[in-house]
Design a protein around this ligand. Structure first.
Ligand SMILES: [Cu+2]
Length: 435
């Protein structure tokens, strides 16, 4: 019998489309599935927001009623960095809204900020007056006021929400959220685990407690769901499961999101889950500003890096205007600077990797409320990352629906890169002479 993984790999390429009806594909996959909730009445797997949550709703005469509250909150990016941010219902990002195509929904929005706001339902098809653009399609929601938005969901896909009032400030300090709409008739090819997160950037200048909305490019913190590595939840799955990760971008940069270990398919966006003919195999997908992208893959056992490929986006606070110390012998100036800055230790002559050890040893204590540039430890040592980095952790023996961090991967013997020599003159590699 064809294993589930082989079957999915095959169907994932769209190869069966001509010979097997989509419903037959769905049925076979659902039968073989291990972790999804397709049995019973549920046609979709509830989405899982990394480090976040889904907003409960109340049914009122056939309308799903959600209630969002815009407010100032205290937010922790990681232990050692807290800030006064703005968000919804106590968090940034705000809770994920989750509903099904065809639903009639009402969203109450209460403004507990000291300035007006609105919410724009980014990517949704709705009456113009429900679009949430302050001044253009509605009056601003003043402090203490509650407005109601009500419309019917005409689509499915990975959408977002954010203010369209003093947008530059309100988004820069954390007001954003995801809006997931599942297809009315379920997924033609079922998903076992469905994750989502928003990318964002923050000008949390060293030693400060409020993100600075005036910054255009040189941000200090880069986050998945307003957290930095290693505080970002891992994407957890069981070997062979079909995993979807929905990524939204309400930051000021494009993020090439890269995953190790698999070729994922790019399968959707705020335009919904695309037809199979439009799926692309990639290992890096740029999620542009204002865009969403869905990627899907069949889980392969191991611990796999999952991160933005802009190398500064996987760092925490760092200077962008400092002189280049690569190759510079700083032993003379080291002592002089120490007279002015006790505890200072020059570094960077041979690269920046030593930074994490220095911080761990207590040198280079940065300003208060400021995270070290690189951090995180794995089973083999320092990971030297920060910001937009997390892991995909896939295990053979995970229980369906178990989202707990399974710890580090126990790699089979003989499958880990290992030292064969400590002699720089080892072997006979071909090298070219620099001219
Ligand atoms: Cu990035």
């Amino acid at each position: 019998m064809t294993s589930r993984r082989e079957f999915l790999t095959y169907t994932g390429a769209g190869a069966l489309a001509a010979t097997v009806a989509p419903s037959a594909i769905a049925e076979s996959v659902a039968t073989a599935s291990t972790g999804n909730l397709m049995s019973g009445n549920q046609l979709h797997v509830p989405v899982r927001t990394l480090n976040g949550w889904t907003l409960p709703y109340k049914m009122k005469n056939g309308v799903k009623e959600f209630h969002l509250v815009a407010e100032e909150i205290e937010h922790e990016f990681a232990p050692g960095s807290v800030a006064k941010c703005w968000g919804y219902n106590g968090t940034t990002p705000g809770p994920t809204l989750e509903a099904v195509e065809g639903d009639r929904i009402r969203i109450l929005v209460t403004n507990r900020l000291k300035e007006h706001t609105t919410i724009h339902w980014h990517g949704l098809l709705l009456p113009s007056g429900m679009d949430g653009v302050g001044g253009l399609t509605q009056k601003q929601i003043g402090p203490d006021e509650t407005y109601a938005y009500e419309f019917t969901l005409k689509q499915h896909g990975t959408q977002m929400y954010h203010p369209h009032a003093d947008e530059m400030t309100q988004m820069a300090v954390g007001m954003m959220g995801m809006f997931i709409i599942h297809p009315r008739d379920g997924e033609k090819m079922p998903i076992d685990r469905d994750y989502c997160f928003l990318t964002h950037n923050w000008a949390m200048h060293p030693g400060t407690y409020r993100p600075d909305p005036s910054v255009l490019q040189d941000f200090d913190l880069w986050t998945f769901n307003s957290k930095v590595f290693p505080e970002i939840d891992p994407v957890v799955a069981r070997t062979g499961e079909r995993v979807r990760v929905r990524i939204g971008n309400l930051s000021m940069w494009n993020h090439p999101i890269h995953m190790h270990g698999v070729q994922f398919w790019v399968t959707g966006s705020d335009g919904g889950r695309w037809p199979n003919s439009r799926w692309r195999s990639e290992t890096t997908e740029i999620v542009g500003v204002g865009q969403t992208r869905d990627i899907e893959f069949i889980a392969e056992p191991g611990d796999w890096a999952f991160h933005c490929h802009m190398s500064h986006h996987t760092m925490n606070a760092m200077g962008h205007g400092i002189p280049n110390t690569l190759g510079v012998d700083q032993s003379g100036i080291d002592k002089e600077i120490r007279n002015m800055l006790p505890g200072f230790m020059a570094m960077g002559e041979h690269g920046m990797a030593e930074h994490q050890d220095h911080v761990d040893m207590g040198h280079h204590q940065g300003p208060e409320n400021t995270l070290a540039m690189m951090t995180g430890k794995g089973p083999y040592g320092n990971i030297e990352m920060g910001g937009m980095f997390t892991t995909v952790k896939v295990r053979d023996n995970l229980k369906p629906g178990d989202y707990n961090d399974p710890g580090w991967y126990n790699a089979p013997k003989g499958t880990v890169a290992a030292r064969v020599s400590s002699d720089p003159n080892f072997g006979n590699p071909v090298r070219r002479k620099n001219t």
